[in-house]
Ligand binder design. Sequence first.
Ligand SMILES: [Zn+2]
Length: 79
Amino acid sequence: MYTCKDSINLLMNFLDGELSQEETQHLREHLQGCSPCVDFLRTYRATPGLCKRALAARMPKEVSEKLTEYLRSKIKSAS
Ligand SMILES: [Zn+2]
């Protein structure tokens, strides 16, 4: 079973459209047993731009760290 941290990694690739079928399956399996990650995905996709920072503050620590890292790299590449 994947951990939340693994799943967030997969999730970021998934959102970038870079996930293999096998990885998508692993992600689905994790999401079936983990409501925080499901809530995260649902809210993340419905959340525009900088509001994602506020969302990250409510995440479990390892999840929010991964998200912050992700957003930082996005912001960096955009400027
Ligand atoms: Zn999880």
